[in-house]
Design a protein around this ligand. Structure first.
Ligand SMILES: Nc1nc2c(c(=O)[nH]1)N[C@H]1C(S)=C(S)[C@@H](COP(=O)(O)O)O[C@H]1N2
Ligand SMILES: [Mo]
Length: 202
């Protein structure tokens, strides 16, 4: 199964070069950041839908999503609250696999990720294509813990971690950008940690 390493190949080797501006290394820790109550998502009833501006709106259930070709991310993650975590391993499927089936229309330019809880986050389409985003259910070879979005979350590791919606259930393709939950509350519409795009206007 393909493994994608963090794809910022131009930055220098070593811990300093891996840390975006204003971030610190959280080491073995992995803080939990959740705005809503942690849901119990049942894999018997959970589904993932890709719809909006697509030629072939599609819904997969738990079994169908696992039948798609697998994909693993190995690399770093960065939260806007200034922690970064190095060398994480997440396994699931690439968002590319879903989009190959759902086929975004030419007018699709943005994605809204929706969680079962109502949490939303907006992402440019080009930030979830080309091997940059995943739907994941394993961390370090174990089922994703519930507080970290288990059984299934989105992973967009090259952007701040609020773009990685926990308990993901829907990707909505859109022509125009529309702010999600944190973006309405002042966070940046793109959220590139290397450009320190923390807040609207950064
Ligand atoms: N559904 C949902 N997804 C979410 C959040 C949330 O509050 N609800 N918080 C975001 C933020 S701000 C961060 S930093 C990461 C935190 O993921 P973690 O708790 O696994 O570290 O999830 C993101 N995804
Ligand atoms: Mo965050």
């Amino acid at each position: 199964m393909p493994v994608t390493r963090g794809f910022f190949r131009k930055r220098p080797e070593g811990p300093e070069g891996r840390l975006p501006p204003g971030q610190y290394d959280t080491g073995q820790g992995w803080p939990v950041l959740t705005a809503e109550a942690t849901p119990r998502v049942d894999t018997d009833t959970w589904t993932l839908t890709v719809d909006g501006l697509v030629d072939n709106p599609t819904t997969w259930d738990w079994r169908q999503v696992h039948a798609l070709p697998g994909s693993t991310y190995f690399g770093d993650i960065h939260c806007v609250t200034t922690w970064s975590k190095f060398d994480t391993t997440f396994t699931g499927i690439s968002v590319d696999t879903l989009l190959e089936i759902a086929r975004p229309g030419d007018d699709a330019k943005f994605v809204m990720a929706h969680a079962t809880t109502g949490y939303t986050t907006n992402i440019p389409l080009e930030d979830v294509t080309g091997g940059k985003a995943w739907i994941v259910w394993e961390h370090d070879g174990r089922p994703l813990p519930r507080e970290h979005g288990g059984p299934v979350r989105m992973l967009v590791p090259h952007l701040y971690f609020w773009k990685s919606a926990k308990w993901i259930t829907r990707l909505e393709l859109m022509a125009e950008d529309r702010p999600g939950f944190w973006e309405r509350n002042g966070y940046h519409d793109r959220g590139d940690p290397w450009r320190e795009q923390r807040y609207q206007g950064d």
